[in-house]
Design a protein around this ligand. Sequence first.
Ligand SMILES: [Zn+2]
Length: 485
Amino acid sequence: MADPVVTDPATVTSKKKRSPRKKFKFPDGWIARGFTFEVEWPDDHQVASSIRSQFGGRRFAYNWALAQVKADMDARKTDPSHASVQWNLYALRKRFNAEKPTIAPWWSENSKEAYSTGIADLCVALKNWSDSKAGKRKGKKVGFPKFRSKRKDRARVRFSTGPMRIDPDRRTVTLPVVGALRSKENTRRIERLVRVGKARVLNATLRERWGRLFVSFSCIVENHQYPAPAKGGRAGVDLGMRVLATIVDSDGDITEVPNPAPLRATLTERKRVGRQLSGRIPGSRGHDAAKAKLASLDRRCVHLRKQASHQLTTMLADTYSEVVVEDLDLAAMKKSMGRRAFRRSVSDAALGQIRPQLTYKMAWRGTTLTIADRWFASSKLHHGCGCRLIEPKKLAKQLVCVVTGEIVDRDINAARNLRDWPDTAGQDSSGAVGAVAPPASESSDGQDIGLSDAVGGSVRPEPRRRPHPLRPEPTREPREGVQHE
Ligand SMILES: [Zn+2]
């Protein structure tokens, strides 16, 4: 695997120095990967407070740059010829460096990277806002950046130059300014790659969360050769709350991946601790203890969710050549669901993480991820029959076929529909076209229902609302995806 590009990292280094955020050309066959390790807070109080000071420096620069931008915008309202500072890292950083002796006489206490991170973060936020305003950005509308208080800020600092090492003892990571930090976990998964030249660290981010310290390395890594998918074929995956995922593959095999539901499991505990917290006096030792306990329960939930979605997506990517999932609009789902418990369970299942993870994992393996149309009524369309299934009650698990009266499992039916998408949906959307022949590759599918040949084209198209390209109104169909309690 001695690719000539691999041995010539010069291109990467030079670009990296200019700006870590700039997209550079990857060497062929290399991919971007992040590696995160929890590290111990240094015992040395001075080092620990220096770390906190870096976080504060980043926040200061962010707020300062935001104030500049806002002042410029106000000035331009009265005087259109006002010369504003450009919204980019270089211009803002230049002005910051010119002014820092007066606005931040303590600036030399922190790494220049701390300030640079803050300004870069603001530039990204501004770009997201302007792209969102111009309709160039998908998803939820992005608001104008806000000033960050110490409470609200995600404490972090990103280092892109200076010594960043994963030490050979596989326990220590070294960052500029901060120095050596002890990892709580063995760092071998990245250390061995760096040592043999199969990975390069581009930058390192030090962040605090739940009172703990984490270091993430963004790297480029030589993509390793994945074996061919274990099973191959195509799988439809219905994501949900009752079970995390229901998978139906080309052979008609059904796999249910249970949901660990971490939030529900710790809910009682959280409730109890929450009550304790409210009964205690802020600033007291008991209050602090309850707060720490709550934070640790949250941390546990986040990690459990992450683990569940990683296990699921790796399994899917390793097993199938093509995976079809539904295009869930989680933001709209959460909004449209009034009840808090429901909202929580949607977040709980961490459905939002699954699609991005599948996207990159399948790209690494060169396999295909297909996203079914958001407006495809995968859970109500009876697979192989084509009727619209009846719901005995809202979000019921068991649906009833209009034609034969058979009981149909909602999740399995949805997964079957997704597996055959868009062939099943083709009938749905084409309407007037009439019979759509099942494709040759899928013709053996009939077995799992036994009806598909007979009624290939008879699916009654539900009147479908096409979303506005810029402002989709995902109010109806997303509910279908949320069939789970
Ligand atoms: Zn039916």
